[in-house]
Structure formats: structure tokens, C-alpha cells
Design a protein around this ligand. Structure first.
Ligand SMILES: CC(C)(COP(=O)(O)OP(=O)(O)OC[C@H]1O[C@@H](n2cnc3c(N)ncnc32)[C@H](O)[C@@H]1OP(=O)(O)O)[C@@H](O)C(=O)NCCC(=O)NCCS
Length: 182
């Protein structure tokens, strides 16, 4: 029998447009704020683990005193419909990044989150990051499923689920594109 979920994934809900996935240049990082402000109240809670105000989002996006994040976006024209952020600094070791991800409500469950995770993991590996941490609310089934697909191990801390994705270093031949098993 056809799985209706899979069928839906082949047909993004917002017409025939297919988002383009790419890293945002630092000058484009301002797009993140508009994207996060467009999330529904429920998705905002899931993204940040609690209800947050527009002012909080503004401050979060200013990223004051922290290294610049790496941000990949799913873009429809110049509008972001999904984002994955790799954030650094603040009490976390240098080879660890914190991952935050969000897909706008109309675009959820169409495979964009999976594509954003793929691209973020590849970039993290290429930049020598050994571990990705993702924190989310325990009832966030979509995020649990998404991180599970990328080999996460789970623990629970202060009411949040912490997913740890270990990234073994690729050998030189893999980085260079060799298809030979290593
Ligand atoms: C979590 C989130 C990023 C997933 O993005 P997405 O584009 O919907 O993900 P995908 O379509 O690639 O689906 C990923 C998996 O989750 C499952 N899934 C998606 N939405 C789901 C839902 N509402 N309930 C249960 N499972 C769901 C999919 O079936 C898929 O699993 P499969 O490949 O085994 O079929 C998105 O739901 C979101 O932005 N949520 C709000 C913000 C948030 O929760 N961020 C996480 C904290 S940083």
C-alpha cells in the first residue's frame, strides 16, 4: 500500500516551487530573523524549547559576543523557508557545534529538514567538527525522528532531550572523492 506520508513528501505543499539549499553569506544572516519570526507559536516553542518573544529572537540573531554561526538556508527566491544553524562558543569545546534547525510550517514534513541536516553534517565534518549537539523538547517527535536518522544518541537534561551526533573524521581519500571503500 502507498504510504501517504511518502506520497506527500514528493509533492511540496506550496505549489511547484522547489527550495534551493545553500550556505548563507554573512551579509545574508539577517534573513534568519525574518524566518524565525514567521514560525507559528508552536514551531517557535519547539525551536527554542519555550515560548519566546520577537525581542528575544532579535537578540538571538544579533549573536553578540559569540563566533559567527554557519547558516544554511532553504530558499524560495530570496525568502528562507528553512534554516539549519551551526553555533559555536560559550562553554562548548572547539570541536563541538550546537545545531538549531527550523522549517516554516507550510513546508514541514516535505523532506527539507532532512536535506538541511545532510548539508550541515557534511559541512561540520569538512570543518573538523567532531560532535553536533541538538537540544529539543521531549515531545518533539519530528526532531527525534530527524536526529535518529543521522545516528544520534539521546540523553535527558533539565527537561530537554539532548541528541549527540558523533562525526568520525573522513580519511583523505573520502574527502578527495574516492569511491574505494576505506
Ligand atoms: C523538526 C523539523 C526541523 C523537521 O523538519 P521537516 O522538514 O519537517 O523534516 P522532514 O520532512 O525531513 O522529516 C524528517 C522526519 O521527521 C518525520 N516527521 C516530520 N514531521 C513530523 C511530525 N509532525 N510528526 C512526526 N514525525 C514527523 C518525517 O516523517 C521524517 O521521518 P522519515 O524520513 O522516517 O519519514 C520541523 O518540524 C520544524 O521546523 N519544527 C519546528 C522547529 C523545531 O522543532 N526545531 C528543532 C529544535 S532545534
Amino acid at each position: 500500500m502507498t504510504n501517504p506520508l511518502k506520497l506527500r513528501k514528493q509533492q511540496p505543499r506550496s505549489g511547484f516551487l522547489t527550495p534551493m539549499l545553500r550556505e548563507l553569506r554573512p551579509i545574508e544572516h539577517g534573513l534568519l530573523q525574518d524566518h524565525l519570526q514567521r514560525l507559528s507559536p508552536e514551531s517557535r516553542i519547539l525551536r527554542f524549547g519555550c515560548p519566546v518573544s520577537s525581542v528575544f529572537i532579535e537578540t538571538y540573531c544579533q549573536n553578540k559576543g559569540r563566533p559567527k554561526p554557519i547558516i544554511f538556508g532553504a530558499l524560495i527566491g530570496e525568502t528562507l523557508c528553512g534554516v539549519v544553524e551551526l553555533r559555536f562558543g560559550e562553554n562548548i569545546p572547539q570541536n563541538v557545534a550546537e545545531l538549531g534547525i527550523s522549517v516554516e510550517d507550510d513546508w514541514q514534513d516535505t523532506g527539507i529538514g532532512t536535506k538541511l541536516m545532510e548539508i550541515a553534517l557534511r559541512c561540520a565534518r569538512d570543518n573538523g567538527i567532531a560532535v553536533l549537539e541538538v537540544n529539543f523538547l521531549p515531545h518533539n517527535t519530528a526532531m527525534r525522528r530527524l536526529t535518529q536518522k543521522f545516528g544520534a544518541n539521546f540523553s535527558y537534561q533539565m527537561g530537554m532531550t539532548k541528541a549527540i551526533i558523533a562525526l568520525p573524521r573522513s580519511s583523505y581519500a573520502v574527502v578527495a572523492g574516492s569511491k574505494r571503500p576505506q
